[in-house]
Design a protein around this ligand. Structure first.
Ligand code: MRU
Length: 366
């Protein structure tokens, strides 16, 4: 996607310096900073601190982390250590383990002397595939938005509510939930996007930044506003991403997604989830019981970061000093509350049969 007219992916390899370049997301939307990531420990820190974030982007970053570890030491011990260090960074998004398993599975049979080159190529492949998969999600989601637009009075925008940031900055490019929005906008369909602020880390501000850069009309709302907007017929579609999708169609996404799904169900608003198949965890059925939910530092809840009046970036504490904060970072929306899943292979029901119908090759192996 473009930032001030220049095309960017959210990460890219600098071949001359032999480092991964990332867009440092902690400063967005206020400052656009690019940073190199060099050592295995740098990669782990970048993921833990959410300098890079979003399930697909975490996966692609981890693949480059393995490549970096293999360039330093291509032994079996180093490969296993890199897998463990990176896998321990964030527990919920399954793309992380998906990418790490894919790298280790491909590299292990190779002689150590060939691993560094192969690992880098694999990381490039994972990044390129992510772009193509998200582009296809956008094409499938476009059909959905086009159908909704066709039923609306002429000139009225399709009103979409989204939570968190499942945008291009959370993937290598396009985003998952945002890809249908970008495709629809580019196809001339009028949109109005309600952007949940997504406390505690306000990923909605990233979504607002992205949509604004692409010229898509949007409004930043509190996390509590969605139910009210749905009750008043102001939302045609809820469209979100996911960090892990179970084989029976439960979706685990940023905390607060479940409440949006409940409000959508109560108001008859379609609730769709966009996902690359790398987000499906075929080993898990019941998301509520089986998916580990990341608990993040309480300071993310008690303190808020933003642009200060003097133009800098600062933080403010909100509750009284001494009041503890609780910070479960994700929740699970049962498949029964999900109208459909938008994948790179098409749209399906959020059920075991729906997913198996689109992915018979993977469902069978699980
Ligand atoms: O904690 P984050 O910001 O990494 O959480 C991101 C989300 O919950 C996204 O919705 C999800 O990863 C899908 S990104 C295409």
């Amino acid at each position: 996607m473009k930032v001030e007219g220049k095309h960017y992916r959210s990460l890219w390899w600098d071949d001359r310096e032999r480092v991964l370049m990332i867009i440092e997301q902690r400063w967005l939307p206020h400052e656009f900073r690019i940073e190199p990531v060099r050592s295995l420990q740098d990669f782990a820190t970048a993921i833990v601190q959410m300098r890079v974030r979003g399930a697909p982007l975490i996966g692609a970053t981890a693949a480059y982390g393995i490549a970096c570890a293999m360039a330093a030491d291509p032994s079996d011990t180093s490969l296993d250590a890199a897998w463990s260090v990176l896998n321990a960074t964030r527990p919920t998004a399954i793309n992380l383990r998906w990418a790490l398993d894919r790298c280790r599975g491909a590299l292990r049979p190779l002689p150590p002397g060939q691993r560094a080159t192969a690992a880098l190529q694999l990381a490039h492949d994972i990044a390129d595939e992510d772009v193509e998969v998200n582009r296809r999600i956008g094409e499938h989601g476009l059909t959905l938005i086009r159908d909704i637009a066709a039923k609306k009075p002429a000139g009225e925008p399709v009103r979409i509510l989204t939570h968190c940031n499942a945008g291009w900055i959370a993937t290598v490019d396009w985003g998952t939930a945002t890809s249908p929005m970008y495709h629809a906008h580019d196809a001339g369909i009028a949109l109005q996007v309600w952007v949940d602020e997504t406390r505690p880390r306000n990923q909605g501000a990233l979504t607002a930044w992205e949509l604004g850069s692409h010229g898509i009309p949007h409004t930043y709302i509190t996390d509590n506003a969605g139910g009210h907007l749905m009750q008043h017929g102001l939302v045609d579609l809820v469209l979100v991403g996911t960090d892990r999708t179970t084989r029976q169609g439960d979706v685990c996404n940023k905390i607060g997604t479940y409440l949006k799904a409940l409000a959508a169900a109560d108001n008859g608003v379609p609730f769709y989830v966009a996902l690359p198949s790398s987000t499906i965890d075929w080993t898990v059925a019941d998301g509520v019981a089986e998916i580990p939910i990341e608990e993040r530092p309480e300071v993310e809840v008690t303190d808020i970061q933003g642009r200060t009046q003097d133009g800098g970036i600062g933080t403010l504490r909100v509750p009284p000093v001494g009041t503890p904060g609780g910070n479960p970072a994700f929740d699970v929306t049962p498949g029964r509350l999900v109208t459909g899943l938008i994948t790179e292979r098409g749209i399906c029901a959020a059920t075991r049969d729906g997913l198996a119908g689109l992915f018979p090759d993977r469902a069978g192996a699980a």
